[in-house]
Design a protein. Structure first.
Length: 425
């Protein structure tokens, strides 16, 4: 890739020496923030009662946590490019440990909300840095598969986290959730300190943050990959925001039934990531993106068709086609993320941070937009149409912004030659 100025601190051979340990570390650092988010959700009504506040105030322990995740992405990514992956990870997890302990001893709801924001700011370091580490360790066409593998393993734990949080709150009270989070984040920090090598690429040029940002955003390919990944993620946020209103209000079903159906889309996303891992060794990154885009658009068009004809007034039609969209979404998101952080590998942290910040920042807006669509219309057609438009926008970024495969091949050859030359030196 353009801008590769030195040999990575660790190569594929390094990763292959301890693949299971490396995978576990990547999963742990990626999942600690989102798992901590979902563990507290079942306890929100109890928090409101315990502190004598309205449930909307207790909800801020979740909403401001998401703001903290977004802020962390844009801060920690560039710092990891400058100071290294290990020190930034350890500093972020150290902040999470301290903030989680503060949550345990919070006496007021505002104190808990502030501590949760700091918890997210530190914990989300692993989300942004893990993608940079994967790019440090693996070649461009293996990055998407590794991101998918990490997501697939993490999602299993993430889907169980609300259940875990609910059981802890019921048995030991809501503060027990933060005892577990504190212990887990401390254990992850110790494991990283003991087992994770520094993987950041050598930087022969002192471009710094401004230089990295400038070079990235001058690249049409980078902008295309980022927009593709971010727009694909907004499909998830939009559907998650509007889905409850469609199922409960429009279809007259229970919230428990909605929860069961929504879990099916998460399962489809998980399976999509596993299939991406399976197909990645035999297909290029671009082919996997196009496969995902085609299937994603087909699923969203079917969803719209059922809405127009009135068939998806039944949850099975709505979620059946949405499962197809989510399966395809896994291919689009992981491989477009791989493309974005491969444009300038020594600035992978900055690229990962910008992508994560846009994803989470826009996600809060699109979630509200989805809720508005679900709550202000009598049928799911408006929500279906929004997902179709997002799917078309995803494909458009690839068509109009990302260079053809021949250009990407030449860039890969440049990167390979540079790495071989560095190895000889």
């Amino acid at each position: 890739m353009h801008g590769v100025t030195g040999k990575p601190a660790a190569t594929d051979s390094t990763a292959n020496a301890t693949p299971r340990i490396m995978l576990l570390l990547l999963v742990a650092m990626t999942g600690v923030a989102p798992i901590s988010l979902y563990m507290l959700v079942p306890a929100l009504p109890v928090l409101a009662t315990a502190f004598g506040r309205d449930i909307s105030i207790a909800q801020m322990t979740v909403s401001l946590y998401m703001v903290g995740i977004a802020c962390s992405q844009i801060i920690m990514g560039p710092l990891s490019d400058r100071f290294g992956r290990r020190p930034v990870l350890l500093a972020g997890l150290g902040l999470m440990v301290a903030a989680s302990a503060a949550c345990i001893f919070a006496e007021t709801l505002p104190q808990l909300i502030a501590a949760r924001f700091l918890q997210a700011l530190g914990g989300a370091t692993g989300m942004v840095v893990s993608r940079a580490i994967i790019r440090d360790l693996y070649s461009r066409d293996r990055v998407g598969a590794m991101i998918s593998l990490v997501i697939a393993v993490m999602m299993i734990a993430q889907m169980l986290s609300p259940l875990t949080g609910g059981l802890l709150e019921t048995a030991f009270g809501w503060r027990s959730i933060f005892y577990v989070i504190t212990a887990a984040s401390l254990a992850i920090a110790v494991a990283i300190a003991m087992m994770l090598p520094e993987t950041r690429r050598d930087r022969a040029e002192a471009g710094g943050f401004r230089g990295d940002v400038g070079s990235l955003f001058k690249s049409r390919a980078f902008i295309g990959y980022v927009l593709c990944q971010v727009l694909a993620s907004q499909i998830i946020f939009t559907f998650a925001g509007g889905g409850p209103y469609v199922v409960v209000t429009q279809m007259g079903r229970s919230s428990a039934e909605y929860g069961a159906w929504f879990a099916s889309t998460g399962f489809a996303y998980l399976i999509g990531n596993l299939f991406c891992v399976r197909f990645a060794p035999r297909h290029s990154l671009e082919k996997l993106i196009w496969f995902g885009l085609a299937l994603q658009l087909a699923g969203s068009l079917l969803n719209l068709l059922w809405g127009v004809t009135g068939l998806n007034q039944a949850p099975s039609w709505l979620f059946g086609t949405q499962m197809l969209v989510m399966f395809a979404n896994a291919f689009v998101m992981s491989n477009s993320a791989a493309g974005a952080i491969s444009i300038r590998p020594e600035a992978a942290g900055t690229a990962s941070g910008a992508m994560g910040f846009l994803q989470m920042g826009l996600g809060s807006l699109f979630s509200q937009f989805g809720a508005w669509l679900g709550g202000h219309f009598a049928t799911p057609v408006a929500l279906n149409l929004a997902i179709v438009i997002l799917s078309i926008a995803c494909a458009s970024t690839v068509v109009f912004l990302i260079p053809r495969r021949t250009v990407m091949i030449s860039e890969e050859l440049i990167e390979k030659a540079e790495e071989e030359e560095s190895g000889l030196l």
